[in-house]
Design a protein around this ligand. Structure first.
Ligand code: G6D
Length: 349
């Protein structure tokens, strides 16, 4: 496996390094130390044409200025925390809020805004970038000093493995994700509505006010949320359901069924022949279709279109600390948080 690195700029006086891992099948992954962010994933199509299949900004400064979350490591908590507040061990905590009265994606100084350290590990079959950072006690309002490692591994089997490890010195919360947006056409000016999705999920979490979970887990059967047998993403954009109308598509957590050996999700695009199979040990995947740009910016001189990409953000159910039955996202001293998601890339003629 080939590994290269280059300094792409500075943030607050610190050099930002981008690492590129290339396998023998023409797939390469580039990720930078700012936000432990994947910034390029090049793969061939069925005619051998190699293109970037994820959304990326034109420059490091654009990531810093606009915070699009494209490809970024999100944490301590992905998604929204109601009122930015929670109770843990009978103690109330108030987080720093950054979306109205709520906290989104770890707050104003979330893990995607940090400069991470990085180490490379490479062998014949795979190469990894091990990003590490320490999130100080009280950062964005979270208790405990959190030590985090996020590893991106590219293999000769065309897999991108995203692995998390974390420890803390005080009881805290941790529910990270990667916010990569896929557009398998290789053209960010083509909406992903003709992409096919097959999703092994029979239940989704309803969104209430302010896009917070309402607490209800609803059956997908007979709704636009049932992609167990596959379908085009245009189904979600048609918005013939109150929940898709609410956010102009999907911005929803889907509970995964995890049938042994089967991918939890398969995203594919017929024209290029490209597909990505997703396998995860996480309870859920949040699927967001870039329904609305989060800020005003251009890429290659053009405003980003609606539905320019689709996320597959694997995680525990959002706002779990405040929602009965959404799972446990606490991390305590002596425990090691561990999670892994694999995206496997394939091309069919
Ligand atoms: C919007 O509601 C969506 C989030 O799910 C997404 O992560 C963000 O845009 C980028 O806030």
């Amino acid at each position: 496996m080939k590994v290269s690195e280059t300094i792409i700029g500075q943030v607050n006086g610190t050099d930002i390094t981008a690492y590129t891992l290339t396998n023998p099948n023409g797939i390469s992954l580039t990720a930078m130390t700012y936000g432990a962010t994947i910034t390029e994933l090049l793969m061939p199509d069925k005619n051998g044409k190699t293109e970037n299949v994820i959304l990326a900004m034109d420059s490091l400064d654009d990531y810093v200025t606009h915070r699009p979350y494209y490809g970024a490591t999100i944490g301590r908590i992905a998604g929204r925390i109601t009122k930015g507040a929670f109770a843990l061990d009978d103690k109330s905590h108030q987080l720093v809020v950054n979306e109205g009265a709520n906290q989104l994606h770890g707050g104003p100084a979330g893990l995607d805004t940090r400069v991470w350290d990085a180490e490379i590990q490479a062998s014949a079959d795979e190469a990894s970038i091990h990003f590490t950072t320490t999130d100080a006690d009280g950062a964005n309002g979270y208790p405990g000093t959190l030590s985090v490692t996020v590893s991106y591994t590219l293999t000769t089997d065309n897999e991108w493995k995203v692995t998390y490890r974390a420890t803390t010195d005080q009881a805290t919360l941790f529910n990270p994700t990667n916010h990569v947006y896929f557009n398998l056409s290789g053209d960010i000016n083509k909406p992903i509505l003709q992409h096919e999705l097959q999703l092994n999920s029979a239940v989704f979490a309803e969104l209430g006010d302010e896009n917070l979970p309402s607490g209800a887990l609803l059956p997908a059967e007979g709704t636009p949320f049932d992609f167990r047998n596959g379908g085009k993403l245009a189904i979600a954009a048609e918005q013939n359901h109150p929940q898709t109308q609410k956010v102009a598509g999907f911005d929803h957590p889907f509970l995964l069924q995890h049938d042994d050996g089967k991918p939890d999700a398969i995203l594919s695009e017929a024209e290029s022949g490209r597909s990505v199979k997703m396998y995860t040990d996480q309870d859920c995947v949040v699927i967001y279709m870039h329904n609305a740009a989060i800020d005003k910016y251009t890429i290659a001189g053009k405003p980003v279109i609606q539905y320019a990409g689709i996320t597959l953000e694997t995680q525990a159910l959002p706002d779990a600390i405040n929602q009965e039955g959404f799972g446990d996202i606490t991390l305590r001293p002596g425990e090691v948080y561990a999670a892994e998601t694999i995206y496997k890339f394939e091309v069919q003629d």
